[in-house]
Design a protein around this ligand. Structure first.
Ligand SMILES: C[S@@+](CC[C@H](N)C(=O)[O-])C[C@H]1O[C@@H](n2cnc3c(N)ncnc32)[C@H](O)[C@@H]1O
Length: 394
């Protein structure tokens, strides 16, 4: 692993000195990676605690973090951290990490996957299901189209658990919320996680507490199974376009991210009812979500220009926090906007150039054939680009 074995010559490093060439060796070791990861068989327990669309397979951030050198005392940043894959891999490799995402379910996942396992989690969950059995007549929150998506008796059960979680000890609450969030689609009328259509399912309401307990059990086991020290991870819930550099308190040696891009996935839609039930506002997320399809089908719709501007703003933030000679890596596909294909890696490269970021390594990786999306036009795009930029040393 590069971090720790290839130490820069300065101790409290804030940059690579001009004389250090992180170049040839690391570039060639990145070229040796098979970015299709053909040996991957299944996900680890921690990756599987909750579904998330378009998430990294853990091998991608692991390869980037392992093959790129980091100055000592610098951290890894994922400005679009989603389910926290980069944060988990960084933590596994003993490097502090910072993640940012505007989606509260993403932040919940990222926090839970990197936190210490709460004590007595399963007992708290059991207490919640028992106490919620005794609770009657709790007002169901006002959620649009609730009866279309959830049977009335299922609504009662979800609401009981959601209300009881609020009274659980604070250190256990996030894990309990994540467990509830993970079963919402299953107990709803939604056909599946990737099919946003209501079907008749006849869910037995007793399934709700049963699945909740099983989800808590799964999360507890995944957290306990981690066999590495929990280096610090900070998760910031914010629209990246509103983040000031001062929010990121550590010098960043490496960015590992897959940005949202036009007309691809709908993260807010995927988690819409999870957010409503947990008391978050999905409509606010929809408004600020970069690339959401809703922005491309309205009057005065967004264009590739809007995406370029959003990436410019993000890269300006990265420029303010990455050490000199640090790396910024992006895994990004192409977009189809009103019939025209855009190369998002090229857009990012072009926007980064005036800030002093130069291409260091670029390759195409083949997307797994079973990767699912709400958006069928996206499903036809078979490769994505792994792009590593390097911030100029001087
Ligand atoms: C491709 S996903 C990242 C997935 C992540 N690599 C993982 O492994 O889970 C892109 C993420 O960007 C987030 N996002 C979209 N617009 C954003 C914005 N304006 N500010 C911050 N995050 C945003 C989405 O919520 C989504 O989680």
């Amino acid at each position: 692993m590069a971090h720790g074995t290839q130490e820069p010559s300065l101790n409290e490093a804030n940059s690579w000195p001009a004389s250090v060439d992180a170049g040839t060796k690391d570039k060639s070791s990145l070229s040796e990676v098979d970015w299709g990861f053909p040996d991957r068989r299944s996900h680890s327990e921690i990756e599987g605690v909750h579904p998330y669309p378009a998430k990294f397979i853990s091998e991608i951030p692991r390869a980037l973090i392992s093959h790129l050198p980091l100055p000592r005392n610098s951290a890894v940043l994922d400005p679009f951290c989603g389910s926290g894959s980069t944060l988990v891999e960084s933590q596994r490799l003993g490097i502090p990490a910072v993640g940012i995402d505007l989606n509260p379910i993403a932040c919940l996942m990222s926090r839970v996957k990197t936190m210490a396992c709460p004590t007595d989690l399963e007992q708290h969950a059991a207490r919640i299901t028992l106490s919620s059995e005794e609770t009657t007549d709790i007002e169901i929150p006002e959620i649009p189209n609730l009866d279309h998506w959830f049977q009335p008796n299922v609504q009662v059960e979800i609401n009981r658990i959601a209300r009881s979680i609020v009274a659980a000890p604070s250190e256990a609450r996030d894990a309990l919320k994540l467990a509830l969030s993970s079963i919402i689609v299953r107990v709803s009328n939604q056909e599946s996680d990737t099919r946003y259509a209501a079907v008749k399912k006849d869910v037995d309401p007793s399934t709700v507490p049963r699945l909740f307990l099983r989800a808590v059990n799964r999360i507890n086991a995944a957290l306990q199974k981690r066999n590495y020290p929990l280096t610090p991870v900070e998760v910031v819930e914010s629209d990246i376009l509103k983040v000031e550099p001062s929010v990121i308190e550590r010098p960043i040696g490496l960015v590992v991210t897959s940005p949202p891009y036009p007309n691809a996935y709908e993260y807010w839609l995927y988690h819409k009812y999870r957010m409503w039930w947990l008391g978050y506002d999905p409509l606010k997320v929809k408004t600020d979500e970069i690339g959401a399809r809703a922005h491309f089908f309205k009057k005065n719709h967004h264009t590739a220009e809007d995406f370029a501007r959003q990436m410019r703003q993000t890269l300006t933030l990265l420029d303010g926090v990455i050490v000199k000679g640090g790396f910024a890596s992006f895994v990004v596909g192409r977009s189809k906007i009103h019939g025209k294909i855009y190369d998002n890696a090229k857009i990012i490269t072009d926007e980064a150039a005036p800030l002093g970021f130069k291409p260091f390594f670029v390759t195409e990786r083949i997307l797994s054939a079973n990767r699912k999306s709400f958006n069928l036009s996206h499903a036809n795009i078979k490769t994505e680009t792994v792009l590593v930029l390097r911030k100029e040393v001087e």
